[in-house]
Ligand binder design. Structure first.
Ligand SMILES: Cc1cc2nc3c(=O)[nH]c(=O)nc-3n(C[C@H](O)[C@H](O)[C@H](O)COP(=O)(O)O)c2cc1C
Length: 244
């Protein structure tokens, strides 16, 4: 199947399954434990109705909305997902450009594989940075400061990853990032040569937390825009959650 023949998420999923080595596909597609929450979340969307606005004319369709203070042209935005350049060598660069094309927000993960500076200078639409609060306060502060300098308008503070999920599919497939070269993974790469050639011939990526410890920033004053339903002071969150 070609990308222009994909009509829905199911089609994209089948294409990804064919194109990606098993461990990478299952990292994206899988969830924790018995995947009960994953199924319930999907079913919850199926129960939602979209209410059409009838007799309103179709000449000027305005789908714009505001999310976390950002004006978006469509009521969708790209949620942060880790390690995008593992899925495709363009990774966040391509997703950010797609978000800009549709006038919407791009969210980059704390485990992103393209720098916030590059994203900041590439797109003009709203940008969100997803932050895992780190035990090393200098590291956390440094990441926030870099996002602020790169014109990120929204900070999404993740508080539900107290520990990594027990992702059973990853345990079965032996998923690692970067992919470890073993007999099993070599077999998987051989079955997906296009992915393997692209992955191994493009520049390696580093997670943004790498090398940051040296650049400690003790004081900073930046706009803090947390989720409103749980807008606690950052220091209180730090006390509640001391991450590794
Ligand atoms: C492969 C993958 C990686 C993800 N990585 C992150 C991440 O690094 N940080 C984060 O806050 N959320 C992450 N998420 C969660 C997504 O941002 C999003 O909240 C979740 O997938 C629910 O949205 P959906 O129903 O559209 O998939 C990830 C999700 C997936 C599928």
């Amino acid at each position: 199947m070609r990308i222009d023949r994909c009509n829905n998420v199911k089609d994209f999923r089948s294409m990804a399954r064919r194109r990606l080595p098993g461990p990478i596909f299952h990292y994206i597609d899988g969830a924790a434990d018995d995947e009960v929450t994953y199924r319930r979340n999907t079913e919850a969307y199926e129960r939602c109705d979209l209410v059409p606005n009838v007799l309103a004319g179709v000449e000027d369709i305005d789908m714009s909305t505001a999310v976390m203070g950002q004006k978006l042209d469509i009521p969708l935005f790209c949620s942060p997902t880790a390690l995008q350049r593992l899925f495709h060598h363009d990774g966040e660069r391509a997703v950010a450009k797609a978000a800009e094309k549709f006038g919407t927000m791009f969210g980059i993960s704390s485990l992103g594989t393209v720098s916030v500076e590059e994203i900041g200078s590439t797109i003009r639409t709203p940008k969100l940075f997803q932050l895992y609060f780190h035990k090393d306060r200098g590291l956390t502060n440094s990441m926030i400061e870099r996002c602020s300098a790169a014109n990120f308008g929204v900070l999404a503070l993740t508080v539900d990853t107290i520990t990594g999920g027990n992702r059973e599919r990853d345990l079965r497939t032996g998923f690692t990032s970067p992919p470890r070269v073993t007999l099993k993974s070599l077999f998987s790469f051989a079955l997906h040569p296009r992915w393997a050639v692209n992955y191994f011939t493009h520049e390696k990526f580093e997670l943004p937390t790498a090398g940051l410890r040296e650049r400690r920033v003790e004081h900073l004053g930046i706009r803090r825009r947390l989720f409103q339903h749980d807008a606690r002071p950052v220091d209180e969150l730090a006390r509640r959650r001391e991450c590794p």
